[in-house]
Design a protein around this ligand. Structure first.
Ligand code: LMR
Length: 333
């Protein structure tokens, strides 16, 4: 009798196994930028490693340029399980009710990529990822893009130049506060809508990394580019929690290592990708470059650091101070 039961159990599991055995597990990876960017290339790297290391038991389908979903929609789609993986800018978690990630948007909070890395790859980065889990999301790594430049249709040299300017921002209250602090008019807009909004004058300008400016051709519909490096754009590689925890353990192990190596890859190419994009924008001759003098940059810092204190009640004073400890930045200098 016992023998028959065991045999029946084995048969049953075999009957059920084909679901994973035959069909590859599909990971839909949606993102909003062009393939020829740090994130675009890192997503391809993840695909390559994931399929290789799982011997094609996993198939990664990448949807760049907001093909499947725009900024806001892609996070909802991830929570619903319509897609399994994303790498959104950490500036976009506020609408999910996770305000703390907006600390990354504070002006001049990261003096260098090294300082940023201490935060993202250290205890602070891990603590922040824990805040995603109640939303049905797991964080796998922090992917770099880089420090921002500002494109505009009039020259921006001093903070006073921002008065009355309509500036496109990501969906972050910290970015909103920064531009209001400058007397500008911030407008939250999906990334895929920015080019047209700049072209038609719905907005006068916006901040982004050189690789996004170049690959989205923002420089072709703007007159000036200010090299401010006042904020940083970076990403969180995230997956749907239910999907991830439902994977066979061996597969999840391989995907974790693929994610880890794709993260190192992204962070190893980001700076050069942005330097190359900057050179291409310069070579295009479409925009006039404004490089802040050290005195002007000090003026910007002095003028924008008060945003830290202003946003501390929203983000958390302790979190900001914990980052100061890692980066050596303070609220006054
Ligand atoms: C933006 O919205 O400007 C960026 O976050 C887009 C991206 O993912 O780099």
């Amino acid at each position: 009798m016992r023998g028959i039961l065991v045999a029946a159990a084995v048969l049953l599991s075999l009957a059920l196994a084909p679901a994973y055995a035959d069909e590859p597990i599909v990971i839909k990876f949606s993102h909003v930028v062009a393939p020829d960017t740090p994130k675009g290339k890192a997503a391809e790297k993840f695909k390559e490693l994931a399929e290789e290391r799982t011997h094609a038991r996993v198939k990664v389908e990448i949807y760049p340029n907001s093909q499947l979903y725009k900024d806001k929609e892609e996070l909802e789609a991830l929570q619903l399980g319509a897609v399994q993986m994303l790498a959104p800018s950490v500036s976009k978690f506020g609408p999910l009710g996770i305000k703390e990630f907006e600390v990354f948007d504070l002006p001049f909070i990261f003096p260098s990529v090294e300082a940023l890395r201490k935060v993202s790859d250290g205890p602070i980065g891990k603590e922040l990822f824990k805040k995603l889990e109640p939303k049905g999301i797991i964080g796998l790594g922090y992917w770099d893009n880089g420090f921002s430049v500002i494109t505009s249709n009039k020259p921006l040299r001093t903070l006073a130049d921002f008065k009355g300017m309509k500036m496109r921002i990501q969906s972050s209250k910290v970015l909103e506060a920064t531009y209001r602090h400058l007397g500008a008019l911030p407008q939250v807009m999906a990334f895929s809508e920015v080019y047209q909004a700049l072209q038609t004058g719905v907005v006068d300008g916006g901040e982004n990394t050189p690789s996004n400016v170049y690959t989205q051709k923002f420089h072709e519909v703007q007159k000036y580019l200010t090299v401010s490096e006042h904020t940083y754009i970076g990403y969180a590689l995230i997956v749907n929690k239910k999907f991830w925890e439902g994977l066979p353990a061996d597969i999840r192990g391989e995907l974790e290592s693929a994610a880890k190596d794709a993260t190192s890859y992204c962070n190893s190419i980001a700076e050069q990708e942005n330097a190359d994009a900057m050179a291409k924008i310069k070579a295009s001759g479409t925009v006039e470059f404004i490089t802040l003098t050290p005195e002007q940059k000090a003026e910007w810092r002095k003028g924008l650091l008060p945003v830290h204190a202003e946003m501390a009640p929203r983000i958390g004073k302790e979190l900001i101070e914990a980052i100061y400890k890692e980066t050596g930045v303070t609220a006054t200098q």
